[in-house]
Design a protein. Structure first.
Length: 85
């Protein structure tokens, strides 16, 4: 029994916490909060930009489709001209 009692007394917790550790943890927590707030602001800005430019993106997509169509028609015309000669 004495051996078990000695083992239990060896595993006691020391309640002393260095002030440097407390300061470091507080600074780290504040930095994480600041980073998350900054990230949230950037996400909101990106969402606003996306909403503002949604119509522009649709116009660009339509223009790309029209260009592809015109390119195909031009290729067809060139093929007809070359076959006609």
């Amino acid at each position: 029994m004495t051996n078990k009692t000695n083992m239990l007394t060896k595993w006691e917790w020391d309640r002393k916490i260095p002030i440097g550790l407390v300061v470091a943890m507080i600074l780290q927590t504040l930095t994480a909060i600041w980073w998350a707030a900054k990230l949230d602001t950037r996400v909101v800005m990106q969402e606003e930009w996306f909403q503002k430019n949604q119509q522009l993106a649709e116009k660009v997509f339509r223009l790309e489709e029209r260009i592809i169509s015109l390119h195909e028609e031009l290729n067809d015309l060139e093929a007809r001209i070359s076959h006609g000669k």
